[in-house]
Design a binder for this molecule. Structure first.
Ligand SMILES: [Fe+2]
Ligand SMILES: [Fe+2]
Length: 182
């Protein structure tokens, strides 16, 4: 299997979450009260699954290995864009998290900033995923041998284990801090 296999598979789940966000943005725009729990879950999904896990595999493994290869100018340019887009994605998710925290139940005006941010993140991610899937992942695979691909797949699994452990260690630490000294 090529390492882009699991990455593209993950893109499909990210797209499903994006579709849910777009639906929620439409609901808020139509005057409904924001589902702050759904938005919190979406923020957690983007931070843990899309950023730490998925972008972790891209930035810490695939992109690192690609930079060692004789990439074409076009490939190198797109690689730079993809990394910049990950940074922008993180900032947008942070902004959604803050806006969700500021939205007051029963005050539609306080929820209004959520809609453009959610739409911007959805649109941006769709373009980013399309760029990786259709214009980058397949052509760059020619730079790798079968052994290099297998090594990347093994390294991907280590990222998943690390993300899982870090996530739940952070949950315990946060709750310990909130609980105060024993
Ligand atoms: Fe990416
Ligand atoms: Fe990706």
């Amino acid at each position: 299997m090529q390492p882009i296999g699991p990455l593209m598979h993950e893109h499909r789940l990210i797209e499903r979450l994006i579709a849910l966000m777009e639906k929620e943005a439409g609901r808020i725009e139509a005057g409904a009260r924001p589902d702050s729990r759904l938005i919190d879950e979406a923020v957690d999904f983007f931070r843990t699954y899309a950023d730490h896990c998925h972008h972790g595999k891209e930035e810490e493994i695939l992109f690192v290995e690609l930079r060692k290869k004789p990439l074409s100018d076009e490939e190198r340019r797109i690689l730079g864009e993809l990394v910049e887009e990950h940074v922008r994605g993180r900032a947008l998710v942070g902004a959604i998290h803050e806006a969700n925290g500021r939205a007051v139940p029963g005050d539609p005006a306080s929820a209004a900033p959520l809609v453009p941010l959610m739409r911007e993140l959805s649109g941006f991610y769709r373009v980013h995923i399309d760029k990786e899937d259709k214009h980058f992942f397949h052509p760059v695979m020619r730079h790798f041998s079968k052994q290099e691909m297998d090594d990347m797949l093994a390294a991907f699994e280590k990222v998943e284990i690390r993300v899982f452990r870090e996530k739940y260690a952070a949950v315990v630490e946060r709750r310990e801090q909130a609980a105060g000294p024993r």
